[in-house]
Design a protein around this ligand. Structure first.
Ligand code: UDP
Length: 140
């Protein structure tokens, strides 16, 4: 299995509850390595751009408000089959459906405030990484 990269966000509900370390520990224990990380407060333009694929969905406006409601930690994660590995440890979008042992089961407050984002494909991972990081900010 090839070593690949994915993109992660620790969302405002998790930074507000001081869970950056706890979430990162679960990512690391899942076999992922943090090769870039920064804490930022997204602008409205950044949040709208990042979630542009969801702009026709009914929850888009509220999702953007939530994502700019506090700081987030954007990360690049590296590991074997990183996209799937991250999706597995994140758990289902709705914490009610998330399996035991996943980040969303442990920490998510709701389907919206669900603690983490993770790329859903290698193609999207590359796009999302480039949205927030310059190549020299990633140290493998
Ligand atoms: N979301 C929401 N309401 C919904 C579905 C999704 O607020 O009914 C939010 C939630 O924060 C989710 C994000 O929109 O993480 C992106 O949705 P997606 O379906 O891509 O889920 P994910 O890939 O994050 O599990």
């Amino acid at each position: 299995m090839a070593v690949t990269r994915t993109f992660s966000i620790i969302k405002p509900d998790a930074t507000r509850r001081n869970l950056t370390g706890a979430v990162t520990k679960m990512l690391e224990e899942a076999g992922l390595r943090v090769v870039a990380s920064k804490r930022i407060h997204m602008s409205r333009e950044q949040a709208e751009g990042f979630y542009a694929v969801h702009k026709e969905r009914p929850f888009f406006g509220e999702l953007v408000e939530f994502m700019i409601s506090g700081p987030v930690v954007v990360q690049v994660l590296e590991g074997e089959d990183a996209v799937k590995r991250n999706r597995d440890v994140m758990g289902a979008t709705n914490p009610k459906d998330a399996a035991e042992g996943t980040i969303r089961k442990a920490f998510a407050e709701s389907i919206e405030a669900n603690s983490v984002h993770g790329s859903d494909s290698e193609e999207n991972a590359a796009i999302e990484i480039a949205f927030f990081f310059k190549p020299e900010e990633i140290v493998g």
